[in-house]
Design a protein around this ligand. Structure first.
Ligand code: ZN
Length: 331
């Protein structure tokens, strides 16, 4: 079956929502075989919540659908609330030395995800106080709404953009690998000109081509965009900023924005770099091919460890559990 359309010379791409996108350049008439425009099933998230935390979970759902790419997905995104009693969820602060670390019955939450044919499960709890990462993001109802989103973005392969402490680096940074939002390479000052730095490091910085020429990636003869005095949420310039996760003097880390939700809560805007990583994951989960760069997990470790994210204040706590999967991460 075909449908006929009149349009200008075009480029055609099938978006993740399965619609034909047409860019019009010059006039011609073509037939598009309709079978090529695939119907794509929705991406499904289940939010497992106990009764007391359910209002918070609803609040998060409203927050999430304002954030790209979720804000663009319309009916191709399905979010289902799954009520579960608190005892069954089994969330608790079970680490006396770190009273705000939460753990839940992850096996059961996985099973719930599977039973609902969902691609991702989140857990909100009123039992205890804290947050946890891993492949099932967990947040307590009394933490900032961004906490769950930060943890979710880890699941989609984004790395922390704040620097781990020296002791944390000993645990997490044996062999740091670059991720969509933090890359590692040694700078080689002095840089005679910004253009020289750009060409020298463009192979390492996959967002280099998107940095406007007016946004310098050098400060004097050193590598790194100059810090802004004030963060304008939603209006930050893309650049090359020093720091992130395993950043240290031996192996510097570099990130795209001065601040982001992966660094703190000054600006929880989802800039295109972050959106790309999320979209790539969604596309993969839906079994679709994508040309976006692969998302990577940062600091993959399999040991149990607990961390307080200093740059997130005392808001976000973390846990790395013995889950030998690529989306395991610091917090
Ligand atoms: Zn984190």
């Amino acid at each position: 079956m075909i449908f006929k359309t009149t349009l200008f010379l075009f480029t055609l791409s099938v978006s993740f929502v399965g619609e034909a996108k047409l860019s019009i350049i010059g006039k011609t008439t073509i037939n598009i075989p309709k079978k090529e425009v695939k119907t794509v099933k929705p991406y499904k998230i289940v939010i497992v919540t106990d009764p007391i935390a359910s209002l918070r979970a609803e609040e998060f759902k409203k927050y999430l659908i304002t954030k790209p790419p979720f804000s663009r997905m319309g009916e191709k995104l399905q979010i289902e609330m799954v009520p579960m009693d608190s005892d069954t969820m089994g969330c608790k602060n079970d680490m006396p030395d770190s009273p705000r670390i939460i753990n839940c019955n992850r096996d059961l939450i996985y099973k719930t995800q599977s039973d609902h044919n969902a691609h991702l499960a989140l857990a909100f709890t009123s039992s205890g106080s804290g947050g946890a990462g891993g492949d099932i993001p967990i947040a307590s109802m009394d933490y900032p709404i961004q906490t769950m989103f930060h943890e979710m973005l880890h699941t989609f392969g984004l790395a922390d953009e704040y620097d781990y402490s020296e002791s944390e680096q000993k645990v997490y940074c044996d062999n740091p690998s670059s991720s969509p939002n933090v890359v590692y390479f040694k700078d080689t000052p002095p840089y005679e000109a910004d253009s020289f730095a750009r060409s020298k490091h463009s192979d390492k910085v996959h967002w280099m081509g998107q940095i406007p020429l007016v946004q310098l990636i050098t400060s004097g003869t050193n590598l790194g965009s100059a810090s802004l005095e004030k963060i304008n949420a939603g209006l930050q310039p893309l650049g090359l900023f020093r720091g992130g996760s395993c950043n240290n003097s031996t192996l510097p880390g570099w990130r795209p924005y001065q601040s982001s939700i992966m660094k703190g809560y000054d600006d929880d805007t989802i800039y295109p770099i972050y959106e790309e990583a999320v979209l790539k994951n969604i596309e993969t989960a839906l079994g679709r091919k994508t040309s976006l760069p692969p998302a990577q997990a940062n600091c993959v470790h399999t040991q149990t460890s607990i961390n307080v994210a200093e740059n997130l204040g005392s808001e976000v706590l973390s846990i790395v559990r013995k889950i030998p999967q690529p989306h395991n991460h610091k917090h």
